[in-house]
Structures are given as structure tokens and as C-alpha cells.
Ligand binder design. Structure first.
Ligand code: BGC
Length: 495
């Protein structure tokens, strides 16, 4: 089948949908052959996606091994194990006005927060979200950074009310940049590569803070980037502000990643002065993990046709950008080869990324007898007319892909915890340890969340898993970046 690769749909994760059927011109293609049944395609899919305990155990062990290899040498593993230069986490004493800028998906967010120290904590926050025009995801570096700097400048102009900049100070911001960056200091870092469907020219190999600084200069915006952080790192910092037991943060949204608190003496590749605290946050970039994953022909085809073939395989198996697309590919096979939706295949079903993860999530929430909502979504999104039996098959496909994703994400989390426990016996499994979770996929997909938790419990057993708290930390990464801007302020800590 030849399909034109179009910009992936990485729109925001929203599960509500109007029940109104949209009338549309329909172009249908004739079904090519009818040699296999949808049931047999489903059975094979379920077999190929299965994640029984031995598979989970293999993934968690391999994740821990890859982490060790990535900490030993640069390029020692699929996992980059990037040093974040965040050696001190927020304590609650931070005070003053700080900004955060968050670029990581199809939206970028700007935020300001007035911090009031231990007593008053977060006095006030304000944020705005702007969606990035799709053409900028494929444009030049300058265009993208000009767009975000101008959004930030407009937002800064509206400052007032409860927000006060201390006299004589320059505004400071944390910059959450959710792509793999080789940090060179807390406020600089080189983009290794774009992920999540971004293909902006001229940024890879450059310092992204310098790119932002130049764009802010062009906008005549006087603001200093005091911390460059990945969204996982921002989430850890934001969650830690409220809870000292937070040791790991995981993002499950359009893309995926995890970071954790590591002991300096467990990082052989670290050269130069070590941190005062003896610890630092390591950004695993686990989206690049690939060892022993249960993959199907649909995953392989999707990967081959992607803009980054052979890269980010864990991300392509478990994250929000891809789950809907894998389901679409399975349904297309069922429509073409097994007449799942009758004698023709709607053109829309041929469109890469036409079915999004929020769609498959919304379909899975339909508990009605006739699966009416499933029928509406199939019609509305991919132009498919379906009978109840076909809808049941669709739900089984969605569930198979969500289950594999959730369980593998759970195995990845256990891999990180195992690695940490190995270094510090009893300090992870023997006490309350919190894993802070963020991202639309985790937040809005209840079945996915449940599968993730089940895998963690299966792997750790009931006793240890009682100590491991996996909890949602909503929008922690924005506040986290602002908090890290405070911790790393050029004015030091007068708190
Ligand atoms: C990026 C990570 C990011 C994650 C979640 C991945 O594609 O490589 O840096 O943390 O998405 O946003």
C-alpha cells in the first residue's frame, strides 16, 4: 500500500466529541481481497502484543541494564541518560516572580508564578497556551523560535495584579524543552534530534537557549533563561516541591520520557565537579529504548514510514502520538482483507494519523449495548459505517494496543525503580517512593492507566508495590521549570 506521509496529528488529548454526525463527501475504495477473517487478524494481533509476566520482566531488566550502560559511557546505550545539571530540587523556600516557557508538542505554554516561600508557597499563577501552526513544525529554526518568543513577549506585557518583579531585576524564566538535548550547563544545551513529528531545520546541533535568546532579542524582550529543563525533569521538580518522596517522573503524552534522582557516584561517565548534594537528576530519554519489545507488523510498517525510522521505538509503542495510528493500520488491514466495514474502504481510513489516540480512548469509554458512540466516532473520523459486531472488534483492537502500551510503560517504571534500588538497598522499595506522572495519555485514558498500574503490581508483588505511589502531577512541568528558574536564579537565593 502506498500512502503519502502527512504531518502527524498531535493535537491535544481531549475525549469529548459531539454526537452530531458530520456529513462529508465520501470516496471509497473497493476491498482488495477477502481471504482472512477479522477474528484471525485480531487473534494474531493479541498474540503479537501479549505482555505476560516474563515479557514484562525482560523489559524492566533490559531497561535497568540499558540505564547502566548509558550512565557508563556516552553513546553506551539506546538510552542517552542525559545529565540535567539539576542538582538541587526546590525546597519550598523559593520566592519572587518567575516565568516558564514550555515547548514540547503541538502547543506551547507560557506561565508566570509568584512564589511566596515556605509560608505562602504559590501565591498566584497565570498561563496561556498557544497552538503551534503545523507548518512551523516543518519550517526553520528561526521561524519557530520567533513565534514562541513573540508569544512570550505578549504574555509578559500583560503582567500585573499579584505579580511583582523585585526592583532592579531582570525577569527570569525556566525553559521546558521536551526533546532530547545534550545539556552543557543548567542554562544551555544542544538539540540532539527532534522527535514527535517535529522536523524543524537548523536546530539540531545548536544550543536551544541561544536560539531562544536570539529570538527574544529580535522581539526586544528582556528576559533571562536561568534553567533549561526537559518536561520530565520539570515534572519531577514540580512534584518534589509538594512531596519529598518524589524520586521519579514519567511523561506519557504525545511523546514519552522518564527521569529520576541518581547518585553522582553511580554515573561513571560524569566528569568535572560533582554536585554538592551528591545527587543529580538524570533524563533517561527512554523513548529510544527498544530491547525485547513485543512488536507487530503494524508497528514495523509505521516505523518504516515515519520521519524517524528505527528511532524512538518505545515511544512509538506506548505514547499518545502513535497508539491511534497503530489501531488505524490494524483496522485498515481488517477493512481491506476481511471486509470489516463492508465491501469498500473509506478514503479517510487510508490517511496516516487520521485516527488519533483520543479517538480510541473515547471509543473505549462507550459502554452502551450497541456501541453507538463507537459508531459515531468511526463515521465521523474515518468515514466508516459499522455494525455492532464490527464495533466490538474495533474496541478489542483499541484495548489490545492500549494494554500493551500501558503494561510496557509500567515495566519501564519498574526498570527505573529496580536500578535505583540496586544502588541504594531499601531506600526505594523499603519506604514510600513516589513516581510523578504527567501527560494527556496518562491523565485521560483510564484503561491505559489501569494496565500500567497492574503491570507494576505484577512485577513488584503486592508488598513492595504498596510502597510505590504512582500519582498524577498535573501540569507540574510548567511550575517545575519556574521553580528551577528560581533555584538557579542569577540573583542567588535570598530565601
Ligand atoms: C522527547 C523527550 C520528552 C518526551 C515527552 C520525547 O519525544 O524525546 O525529551 O521528554 O517526548 O514530552
Amino acid at each position: 500500500m502506498s500512502v503519502t506521509a502527512s504531518p502527524p496529528a498531535v493535537r491535544s488529548f481531549c475525549i469529548t466529541r459531539s454526537a452530531k454526525i458530520v456529513s462529508r463527501p465520501r470516496v471509497v475504495m473497493a476491498v482488495r481481497s477477502n481471504t482472512i477473517s477479522a477474528a484471525s487478524i485480531l487473534t494474531k494481533l493479541q498474540k503479537d502484543c501479549a505482555t505476560p509476566l516474563p515479557v514484562l520482566r525482560h523489559v524492566s531488566d533490559a531497561m535497568a541494564d540499558d540505564m547502566r550502560a548509558g550512565l557508563a559511557t556516552e553513546d553506551g546505550s539506546d538510552l542517552k541518560m542525559i545529565l540535567s545539571y539539576v542538582d538541587a530540587l526546590p525546597t519550598g523556600n523559593e520566592k519572587g516572580l518567575f516565568y516558564a516557557l514550555d515547548l514540547g508538542g503541538t502547543n506551547f505554554r507560557v506561565l508566570r508564578v509568584q512564589l511566596g516561600g515556605k509560608e505562602e508557597r504559590v501565591i498566584s499563577t497565570e498561563f496561556e497556551q498557544v497552538s503551534i501552526p503545523p507548518e512551523l513544525m516543518f519550517g526553520t529554526s528561526e521561524e519557530l523560535f520567533d513565534f514562541i518568543a513573540s508569544g512570550l513577549a505578549k504574555f509578559a506585557q500583560k503582567e500585573g495584579g499579584k505579580f511583582h518583579l523585585q526592583q532592579g531585576r531582570t525577569r527570569e524564566t525556566g525553559f521546558t524543552f521536551s526533546f532530547p538535548v545534550k545539556q552543557t550547563s543548567i542554562d544551555s544545551g544542544i538539540l540532539i534530534k527532534w522527535t514527535k513529528g517535529f522536523a524543524v531545520s537548523g536546530t539540531a546541533g545548536k544550543d536551544v537557549v541561544a536560539c531562544l535568546n536570539e529570538a527574544m532579542k529580535r522581539q526586544e524582550l528582556d528576559m533571562r533563561v536561568s534553567a533549561l529543563v526537559n518536561d520530565a525533569v520539570g515534572t519531577l521538580a514540580g512534584a518534589r516541591y509538594w512531596d519529598d518522596d518524589v524520586m521519579v517522573a514519567v511523561i506519557l503524552g504525545t511523546g514519552t520520557n522518564a527521569c529520576y534522582v541518581e547518585r553522582i557516584d553511580a554515573i561513571p561517565k560524569l566528569q568535572g565537579p560533582s554536585s554538592k548534594s551528591g545527587r543529580t537528576i538524570v533524563n533517561t530519554e527512554w523513548g529510544a529504548f527498544s530491547n525485547g519489545l513485543p512488536l507487530t507488523e503494524f508497528d514495523r510498517e509505521m516505523d518504516a514510514e515515519s520521519i524517524n525510522p528505527h528511532e524512538q521505538i518505545f515511544e512509538k509503542t506506548i505514547s499518545g502520538m502513535y497508539l491511534g495510528e497503530i489501531v488505524r493500520r490494524v483496522l485498515l488491514r481488517m477493512a481491506e482483507g476481511a471486509e470489516l466495514f463492508g465491501h469498500s474502504v473509506p478514503e479517510e481510513l487510508l490517511m496516516p494519523f487520521a485516527l488519533r489516540t483520543p479517538d480510541i480512548c473515547a471509543m473505549q469509554q462507550d459502554t452502551s449495548k450497541d456501541l453507538e458512540e463507537v459508531g459515531l466516532i468511526l463515521y465521523d473520523v474515518v468515514g466508516v459505517n459499522s455494525c455492532t459486531n464490527a464495533r466490538k472488534v474495533v474496541i478489542d483492537v483499541c484495548d489490545t494496543i492500549a494494554k500493551r502500551g500501558g503494561r510496557l510503560a509500567g515495566a519501564g517504571i519498574v526498570g527505573i525503580l529496580q536500578k535505583m534500588e540496586h544502588n541504594s538497598k531499601g531506600l526505594i522499595f523499603g519506604k514510600r517512593t513516589v513516581v510523578a506522572m504527567d501527560g494527556g495519555l496518562y491523565e485521560h485514558y483510564p484503561q491505559y492507566r489501569r494496565y500500567l498500574q497492574e503491570a507494576v503490581t505484577e512485577l513488584l508483588g503486592p508488598e513492595i508495590s504498596r510502597n510505590i505511589v504512582i500519582e498524577h502531577s498535573k501540569d507540574g512541568s510548567g511550575i517545575g521549570a519556574a521553580l528551577l528558574a528560581a533555584t538557579n536564579s542569577k540573583y542567588g537565593h535570598d530565601f
